[in-house]
Design a protein around this ligand. Structure first.
Ligand code: 2HG
Ligand code: ZN
Length: 447
């Protein structure tokens, strides 16, 4: 402990239970563990010194950003040093020539967005936890969110990375070269490695032109199939399409109960597709035309002003908190090839009911990527069985057991459903090469 105090100062080594508690439990309340202490460095040099000490002493480390994760990857299992990167908040000037910016690991997504927009640019990743989620965590989990359709996920925004390896040595490749053919893409490897290979301290990030003009539509339909069938036409006729989000009757009822929100349509419908277009000039007419030509709709509404757009987004973005207000759910984040999404949805209820008849599934997600958030309430002590049944169904459809939240501690047991033994062995070999003592996020991602 004395070594940490010398590196970061006494104010930033927390051991008092009152002070460490918020770091030791995830926000859903599903994962918690006691940390040996919480260490809050301010600079990359301090992170390096902390890790050098941990490496020398064989101390295990768990790395945490905004603590908005959903798979237990950023909270201790018990006894680790908790390395919080929340104070690495340096945000560089926007580089207009390259449309890039350098952001510290602790910069929140919301602050990054505000900073980029002040230069008439924008950041390509957006998600509901924007006020708390941090750059380091977004990179470490290769976060996805609501704009993947247009800009790709977090890894696609990373032009360079500064990261500290387990022994305290620093790799830094921050020139932001768009073309760089000099070997392994270490930044791409560290992105999505969930803190098991290195600790991300800063990222060089790509920015996009700011698109101020937006239009949002909510479409009602009878089936998932109808929603998926619309995608090719929508993508072809709407180059400004930026989001396509799916939710269902049960989820809408829940968000309206907890909102409280008014009904979007006079009647209830089975499935809802929320579309957003963003462009330099007003895309409302484009979107309205595409909606009027779409087949298989039973109702639709297009919001033209900002308040109306926010109101439509609220139906989608308040799903997570409304579910949590009902209880602690089993949270699964899966994807299948987009064409198989209707098949997955059609088998989901019976699969879950087969192992837990009392369970209440609430499903929503990012339809273009075939990514469904399967939240299951009222599973009692059958959460393992529900998880296992759903993830096996997903694997049988060539899907992924974790689409955008990471594997964390929650899904390690099921990694072999999505990755072959050869792939897992290759990942373990990389892990051993970069972290031979196994001090970084033990128990996360890899079995
Ligand atoms: C979202 O898309 C997030 O809103 C959270 O990925 C999903 O709560 C969830 O299951
Ligand atoms: Zn999501």
């Amino acid at each position: 402990m004395r070594a940490f105090v010398e590196i970061v100062g006494a104010d930033h080594v927390l051991t008092d239970a009152d002070l460490t508690a918020s770091y030791e439990t995830d926000w859903t309340g599903r994962f918690s563990g006691k940390a040996a202490c919480v260490v809050r460095p301010r600079t990359t040099a301090e992170v390096a010194a902390v890790l050098k000490h941990c490496h020398a002493e064989g101390l295990k480390v768990v790395v945490q950003g905004g603590n908005t994760g959903l798979v237990g990857g950023g909270v201790p299992a018990g006894g680790e040093v908790l390395l919080s990167l929340a104070r690495l908040t340096d945000l560089g000037d926007v580089d207009l020539a390259s449309a890039q910016v350098t952001a510290g690991a602790g910069v929140t997504l919301a602050d990054l967005q505000i900073h980029a927009r002040a230069s008439d640019l924008d950041f390509g990743v957006d998600l509901a936890a924007r006020e708390s989620a941090t750059v380091g965590g977004l990179v470490a989990t290769n976060a996805g969110g609501i704009r993947v359709l247009r800009y790709g996920s977090m890894r696609a925004q990373v032009m360079g990375l500064e990261a500290v390896l387990a022994d305290g040595s620093v790799i830094s490749r921050m020139a932001g070269l768009s073309k760089d053919g000099t070997g392994y893409d270490l930044a791409g490897l560290i992105a999505g490695s969930e803190g098991t290979l290195a600790v991300v301290t800063a990222a060089r990030l790509k920015l996009w032109p700011r698109l101020r003009a937006r239009a949002v539509a909510l479409l009602a339909m009878d089936s998932t199939e109808a929603a998926v069938s619309l995608l090719p036409g929508l993508r072809a006729s709407l180059p400004s399409l930026s989001a396509a989000e799916l939710f269902y009757r049960e989820g809408l009822a829940l968000v309206r109960k907890h909102g409280p929100l008014p009904a979007p349509f006079p009647q209830e419908h089975e499935a809802y597709l929320l579309l957003e277009c963003a462009d330099l000039t007003d895309p409302v007419d484009q979107l309205a035309a595409a909606v009027s030509e779409a087949v298989g709709l039973v109702d639709a509404t297009v919001a033209t002003d900002a308040a109306g757009q926010r109101a439509l987004w609220a139906y989608r973005e308040t799903h997570t908190e409304s579910i949590s207000a009902e209880g602690v759910p089993v949270k699964l984040d899966v994807s299948v090839p987009t064409a198989s999404l209707p098949l997955l949805v059609s088998q989901l209820s019976s699969t879950i009911a087969g192992v837990c008849p009392a369970a209440r599934p609430i499903v929503f997600g990012h339809v273009n990527e075939g990514n469904l958030h399967v939240n299951v309430l009222d599973t009692g002590d059958l959460h393992e069985q529900v998880t296992d049944a759903v993830l096996r169904l997903v694997a049988s459809l060539d899907g992924s057991i974790s689409s955008e939240h990471g594997v964390g501690r929650a899904k390690v047991e099921w990694l072999q459903l999505s990755r072959s033994a050869t792939e897992i062995a290759a990942m373990q070999a990389v892990k051993r090469a970069l972290d031979p003592a196994g001090i970084l996020n033990p128990g996360v991602l890899l079995p």
